[in-house]
Design a protein around this ligand. Structure first.
Ligand code: GLN
Length: 625
């Protein structure tokens, strides 16, 4: 049936491949032929079968650790020398995660390119040890915006714009574009698709439909569906029940998706009997059903998956055996095993770290801080007890001192809004006076500047214009580019990776391994007022990291004589910490916390590397010791 002119206009927008996909599965039903009912847009030059897709869909309930599951599986394949690119598909209508409340949705994770995303992207970056970008995160809001804007430009003239083929087409287009560019601009071997929510949700239905179409178009050897489900074990029965899992998987099958592999989340190892039932009801052979029960550490999951043969099954389903590099795999396994062994080993040191934030009751709100501390704990062999506290009721310095004294180190994390800010200022003052190791992050950095201005420079009403626009000493004020943006809240902060020039001879320089330039990730609207920098520096505060060109202060610290470890960053150091490469400012904090309890630690190799005391003699070169 000939299609309208409108369809032609639509296809031009998608830039379909002008050449038929020679011999490909897509060609069988005319996917590259815009006059065919089977038309499906593909990026120019797309080769079906070059890139394989693994799609992970949750059933029964959310919060099962889909991101951890997908990233661990992706890591296994990456370790085999395959290039992987994950993509998280969110069903909500926000364009990004920037305007979401961390209390409801977990932390906002910022990528190098400035996109504010779901915290799962942090999991992918950490587990894969790979930077991601806006190509790896899609929301319903992005898809609909793209389509509606195109409609207004006349991109579909003559056509009614429909969920199928237009919305599903846009989803497939995003996936195929990622397949062609990967994370490094080159076609990748496997795209890992994680669909947010669970099968049966209204809001992710169009993703599941798009993926069903994708699987049909790409062919059975090129797309593997994994259903992640949950096995209930009611205490009242004392045994595992598979019915909820069966119903959940059935939901997926009703949408036309037959999973090839089923991963069963559960508290305890899933019994043979339960797996048999699931196999029977879902047409999946027993060898492709896996028990993914709770484990002490998420980092042991890749090994557990490998032992269970999950990676092998994926390779068979997708016919990927030929692309495997076993030498690389062996090498990566040794590295990872050493890390997991270090994680499991008895810890020689014990410290307590206090995180003085706003969302004290929900750790997901500071997920990356939690992880960064864990990375350092493993690297330094420390058993770290982390306590999350709300500072709203810290109303006197005495109380702040009491609170801070309970810890070997304190972190004041990033944040927005006035609640708890005065308490934080008092806690920073207490940490400074009591010489308790301190790390201030973003708002924590700004609070340290306010505290210094008030209590050392004597500017009693010093504040941030975010909290007190009438202050006569607004030592923290809006960035010039932000002043123009009044009222536009989404994606408008100073976001993403920026260069930080580190001053030689400072604590920061030592921590960053004597590098003069580092790149870290930012997310802020306010900055140190450039006019006040001279006075703050004259008063003894050191700005050891600055923007290379603009007067934006990015790292602050106190000199050796004044404090064993007092440092703050306008950026978010937690976002770049990785299991095998812990972030230096966190390493310094944990090392200083250990040294506070065990002064002899400063003389150990790790101590010399990370504890400021080693530099007290002014050598400034202890970094390579
Ligand atoms: N509210 C502060 C600002 O916008 C700090 C932001 C943050 O901590 N991420 O600059």
């Amino acid at each position: 049936m000939p299609l309208t002119d409108g369809h032609g206009a639509h296809s031009r927008q998608f830039e379909p491949n002008p050449e038929p996909n020679a011999g490909g599965f897509l060609a069988q039903f005319g996917a590259s032929d815009e006059s065919s009912e089977g038309f499906s847009p593909t990026p120019r030059g797309y080769q079906p079968g070059r890139t394989k897709y693994v799609v992970v869909i949750g059933t029964v309930m959310s919060g099962l650790g889909k991101g951890i599951f997908s990233s661990s599986l992706a890591k296994l394949l990456k370790d085999k020398g395959l290039s992987v690119a994950p993509i998280k598909m969110e069903g909500y209508l926000n364009i990004d995660s920037g305007t979401l409340n961390p209390y409801r949705h977990g932390e906002v994770f910022v990528l190098e390119d400035g996109l504010e995303t779901d915290m799962d992207l942090g999991t992918y970056e950490r587990v894969l040890n790979q930077n991601l970008s806006r190509r790896n995160f899609v929301t319903a809001g992005q898809i609909y915006t793209e389509i509606l804007e195109r409609e207004r430009r006349g991109g579909y003239l003559g056509r009614d714009v429909q969920m199928i083929p237009h919305v599903t087409g846009a989803v497939k287009m995003r996936l195929r574009q990622l397949a062609m560019t990967g994370n490094d601009g080159k076609p990748c071997d496997v795209v890992f698709v994680e669909v947010g929510g669970t099968a049966g949700d209204y809001e992710n239905g169009f993703y599941i439909e798009a993926l069903r179409e994708l699987a049909f178009e790409e062919g059975p050897e090129n797309v593997c569906f994994v259903a992640l489900t949950y096995i209930l074990e009611p205490t009242i029965l004392g045994e595992q029940k598979s019915k909820a899992a069966q119903l959940g998987i059935k939901r997926l099958m009703e949408a036309g998706v037959q999973p090839q592999l089923i991963a069963c989340r559960a508290k305890n190892p899933v019994t043979e009997k339960v797996m048999q039932k699931i196999a029977m009801f879902s047409n999946v052979p027993m060898r492709r059903i896996f028990s993914m029960h709770d484990r002490a550490s998420i980092y042991s999951i890749p090994d557990a998956m490998r032992e269970a043969g999950l990676d092998r099954e994926i390779l068979s389903i997708l016919k990927l055996h030929e692309r495997v590099n076993t030498v690389q795999e062996d090498r990566e396994r040794v590295v990872w095993s050493a890390f997991t062994a270090r994680m499991a080993a008895p810890r020689a040191h014990k410290v307590r770290i206090g995180v003085l934030g706003k969302y004290a009751s929900l750790r997901d709100a500071y997920a990356s801080i939690d992880k960064a501390i864990e990375h350092c704990a493993t690297a330094l062999g420390a058993d770290i007890e982390v306590e999350w506290l709300d500072t709203s009721d810290v109303d006197t310095l005495a109380r702040a001192k009491e609170l801070v004294a309970r810890f070997d180190g304190v972190i004041v994390p990033g944040g927005f809004g006035m609640r708890g800010v005065e308490g934080k200022i008092r806690c920073v003052q207490a940490a400074r006076l009591e010489r308790v190791p301190f790390l201030g992050i973003c708002l924590g950095f700004q609070v340290a500047v306010i505290e210094y201005a008030r209590n050392v420079l004597g500017w009693a009403d010093a504040h941030s214009t975010e909290f007190d626009p009438a202050s006569t000493h607004p030592v923290i004020s809006e960035l010039p580019e932000q002043k123009k943006l009044e009222g536009i809240m989404g994606g408008t902060m100073r976001l993403g990776a920026q260069d930080v020039q580190i001053e030689r001879g400072t604590l920061a320089h030592m921590l960053f391994g004597a590098k003069d330039l580092v790149r870290e990730r930012f997310r802020h609207r306010y900055e140190v007022e450039p006019k006040d920098v001279t006075a703050l520096v004259a008063g003894g505060l050191v700005f050891s990291g600055r923007h290379p060109k603009h007067p934006i202060m990015q790292v602050l610290e106190l000199p050796v004589a004044a404090h064993p470890y007092f440092i703050g960053a306008q950026f978010h150091p937690e976002l770049t910490s990785r299991p095998l490469a812990p972030q230096p400012m966190f390493m310094g904090l944990v090392a200083a916390a250990i040294a506070r309890r065990e002064p002899e630690f400063a003389r150990t190799e790790a101590g010399r590397r990370w504890v400021r005391a080693a530099n007290a003699a002014g050598t400034g070169a202890a970094v390579t010791a």
